[in-house]
Design a protein around this ligand. Structure first.
Ligand code: ZN
Length: 280
């Protein structure tokens, strides 16, 4: 499909690219803030990303995390435009050595190539003097960051938001860690967010608060139902509904049960009081 949408908000431009329009997780926004590109789009959209960058040059690329729909064109951009690619230190190995990509992901987004990347400095300035502060927000992946723009009260959220009611997660995601990351970013002053899948959201702060409350509520209900002797499969069905097409299509990589199982591991962990200190 190629270019699915274009948005402009103040000095931010956003392009939504992807192979399929229907399901928002299959396409991804790349944002340009002054002379900085945030995220690079999936590898199978390289032709459109290349033409965007030819007409809107950038000086550097900051990637929120290594997933192929976000960092997938890093190698091609680096080769074509000779500009640096910055990632979180924990992400370097994924970009330089690659990572496992399930078959369905290769079909939807394509296969990224390896590229030499750098860890970003603590703060960065755009050519027009706007400060960009990377905030480490693991959970979705261990290398994910949000980019905070203090002067404007903006937050580029990568995949921290996506929805207020996350019911399906990948097996490798850590929702407890994600909840800590949500609490961490909510300590900063911001209102507008730029989500990689939902685009710009004026009520961004409230949306992130809603997501955190939803996860806390599911966590508490899971604890209650475990105490009553229910299994994680029963709890997932009761709180989140039946597994859907996506779960079957991805061979259970994406599933509702993953969320409940991650919570159950924490709840049944004898050291959990230590892990929950930041909540109270
Ligand atoms: Zn992701």
């Amino acid at each position: 499909m190629g270019l699915l949408d274009y948005v402009e908000y103040d000095r931010v431009q956003g392009w939504r690219v992807g192979r399929f329009r229907g399901w928002i997780n299959t396409n991804c926004y790349l944002y340009r803030l002054d002379d900085v590109l945030i995220d690079t789009g999936p590898p199978n959209q390289w032709a459109i990303v290349r033409s965007i960058l030819l007409s809107h040059p950038v000086r550097a690329v900051y990637v929120t995390h290594h997933h192929e729909d976000h960092g997938g064109n890093s190698a091609a951009i680096h080769a074509e435009f000779s500009i640096p690619i910055y990632v979180h230190p924990r992400g370097i190995r994924y970009f330089e050595q690659g990572f496992r990509l399930q078959y369905y992901r290769r079909i939807i987004w394509g296969m990224p190539s390896a590229v030499k990347v750098q860890a970003f400095p603590e703060t960065i300035q755009t050519e027009k003097g706007l400060e960009i502060v990377p905030i480490h927000t693991p959970g979705h992946t261990d290398d994910m960051v949000c980019f905070y723009i203090p002067q404007e009260g903006w937050l580029f959220t990568g995949d921290l938001f996506i929805t207020t009611r996350p019911r399906i997660i990948r097996k490798v995601e850590d929702p407890l860690e994600e909840m800590r990351s949500l609490r961490r970013v909510l300590k900063y002053e911001f209102q507008v967010i730029f989500c990689s899948h939902r685009g710009m959201q004026q009520r961004g702060r409230q949306l992130l608060q809603e997501k955190l409350r939803f996860l806390e509520d599911i966590y508490d209900q899971t604890a209650h139902l475990l105490k009553m002797g229910k299994s994680t499969t029963e709890i997932a069905h009761q709180l989140l509904g039946a597994e859907g097409f996506l779960t079957w299509m991805t061979g259970f990589h994406f599933a509702k049960k993953n969320l409940i199982e991650a919570f159950a591991r924490e709840i049944l962990n004898p050291n959990r009081a230590l892990n929950r200190e930041s909540r109270e």
